[in-house]
Structure formats: structure tokens, C-alpha cells
Design a protein around this ligand. Structure first.
Ligand SMILES: [Cu+2]
Length: 301
């Protein structure tokens, strides 16, 4: 059995929602972001507050959103009790910026800082995550979404554009362990944007809205995400647009570890529609239904 994450003197998170836009400053035409890897106690749902290893104290880490061609710099500080790095999953970075410890850089030791800099490309839905002990660190919270908008704005942008980060957790006796597909280490909590149902956000949209959902599976399990009410089209896979004639119309899309799927639909039917993983174990909280990977989409007439 792997050890639990250390829980001594870990402060409570000071924010309650993850995936918040990461602010930046401009220096000589470069967008400069600051990221600190740090442990916090995160509230996954009422009564379930557990240690997570986070970027900037939130689960998932802050949303990075820039435009294709932007020069971006990330000043990454490690306040974890363990080495770490950041890998920019799917983004075309120079080799030295790829974040693989002992291959492209030395790991960032506790208390140290490393600076990543590259041109943001190509446009699409990407993510960033630790590449040190990934079986523990990524699932424990060291992950976030990274959206690169096209340099030429979209002709018909969606009315609602939402990132949905899917992850699994293993909490036993108030301690956080790595959740992984091996004997005895199965997850018992499942989250969308760092919250387990009923704490997941309800997405509010209006009849006629074009809705884009960007799924990012950051853990080690596949999640067949099923939308009630209307079918959707898969418009991008792993950040790359799907040509219109090749877009599948589906009601369930399986998002495997590391993958991104951007789906779109027009909300034509008023009501409260469920979006959930179709592996029923994944819609439980420590064995109790309902929970986990479920959320509501409220379509207003
Ligand atoms: Cu699932």
C-alpha cells in the first residue's frame, strides 16, 4: 500500500471553487503567470474535506486561457513536501519546456522555482499536470485546464463554454491516497471540477443556446459521459478540431485518461437535464448513490 499524503499542518483552502481564471501580467509582450504547487484541505462536498495537492490552492488548478501565438511564461514555485514539475499536455512546446523530470529538466525541489516559457500553440483544449510520481501527484490535484483560443476569433462562438475536469480520489480514514487501478487502491470519490455530486455546479443555460463542454480526464479511469435530453456532436478531440463532415453525433462519449473531448449541442428542451458518467460506481460517494460524476444542466425557457 502506498502511503497517505502528509496531513500535518495543511491549511484549509481559501477558495471554494477550482478552475478559476489564472490572472497574468504583461512584461515586454509576454504574459507572465505565477503558479504555486501547494497542499490544502479541499472541500469535495459537504462533510468531505481532505488533503489535496493543488496549483494555487484550488482543485482543479486555475484555468489558463490565452490566444494562439501568445508568448507565455509560468513562474512555478514548489511548496510541496516533494519534488514536482509541470508538463503542458498536448501543447507544442520546445523540448526543454516539456516538464519531464531528469529528461528535459531536473525536478523542482521543495522551496525551489522553475520558469517555463513558450509560444501558446496550437489552438484547442489542453491541460497541465505534474510529471513527477504522476500516479500520485496528478490525481491528488496537480492538474488544470489550458485553453488556447484561435488567433482568428471563431465565426460562431458558443453561448456557453464550460470546462469539465473529471477525476477520482481515494479517501480512507480522513487521509488521501493515490487512486489507481490496482488491488486495494480503487477510488471511492469522483469529481467534476473538484466537486462530487450534489456539490457539483449546475450549469444554467437558455433555450436556443449553443453549449460547448470541454471534457478533460485527468485521472486513471475512463468515464463514459452521458447527456440526457439532446444528442451532441464531438467537435474536437485532444484539442484538434474535427472536420464538420466527420463529427459524430452521440449521447455518450468515453473520455479516457489524458484525453479531451469538446462536445456541442443546442439546448432545445427546457428542464433540468442530467449529465453523468455511465459507470455506476463513478456516481457514488464512498459507496452511496447518488454522488460523484453527476451534474445538472438547467435549461431555462
Ligand atoms: Cu466514470
Amino acid at each position: 500500500m502506498m502511503a497517505a499524503l502528509p496531513d500535518k499542518d495543511v491549511p484549509a483552502a481559501t477558495v471554494s471553487q477550482g478552475n478559476q481564471p489564472l490572472p497574468y501580467r504583461e512584461e515586454d509582450g509576454v504574459k507572465v503567470f505565477e503558479i504555486t504547487a501547494q497542499p490544502v484541505r479541499w472541500t469535495f462536498l459537504d462533510g468531505v474535506e481532505q488533503v489535496a495537492w493543488t496549483y494555487n490552492g484550488m482543485v482543479p488548478g486555475p484555468l489558463i486561457r490565452v490566444t494562439e501565438g501568445d508568448r507565455v511564461r509560468f513562474i512555478v514555485r514548489n511548496d510541496l513536501p516533494d519534488d514536482t514539475t509541470i508538463h503542458w499536455h498536448g501543447i507544442a512546446v520546445p523540448n526543454a519546456m516539456d516538464g519531464v523530470p531528469d529528461v528535459t529538466q531536473p525536478p523542482i525541489a521543495p522551496g525551489e522555482t522553475f520558469v517555463y516559457e513558450f509560444e501558446a500553440k496550437p489552438a484547442g483544449t489542453y491541460w497541465y499536470h505534474s510529471h513527477v510520481e504522476p500516479d500520485i501527484q496528478i490525481g491528488a490535484g496537480l492538474h488544470g485546464a489550458f485553453i488556447i483560443d484561435p488567433a482568428t476569433p471563431e465565426a460562431d462562438p458558443p453561448d456557453v463554454d464550460q470546462v469539465l475536469v473529471l477525476n477520482e480520489w481515494r479517501f480512507v480514514n480522513n487521509q488521501t491516497f493515490g487512486a489507481m487501478p490496482m488491488g486495494g487502491m480503487d477510488p471511492n470519490y469522483f469529481t467534476i471540477n473538484g466537486k462530487a455530486f450534489p456539490a457539483t455546479e449546475t450549469l444554467k443555460v437558455k433555450v436556443g443556446d449553443k453549449v460547448r463542454l470541454r471534457f478533460v480526464a485527468v485521472g486513471q479511469f475512463i468515464h463514459p459521459m452521458h447527456l440526457h435530453g439532446v444528442p451532441f456532436k464531438i467537435v474536437a478531440t485532444d484539442g484538434h478540431p474535427v472536420p464538420e463532415g466527420a463529427q459524430l453525433t452521440k449521447d455518450t462519449v468515453s473520455v479516457a485518461p489524458g484525453e479531451r473531448y469538446d462536445i456541442e449541442f443546442v439546448a432545445t428542451e427546457p428542464g433540468v437535464w442530467m449529465l453523468h458518467c455511465h459507470i455506476s460506481h463513478h456516481t457514488t460517494n464512498d459507496g452511496e448513490e447518488p454522488g460523484g460524476l453527476m451534474m445538472m444542466i438547467e435549461v431555462e425557457a
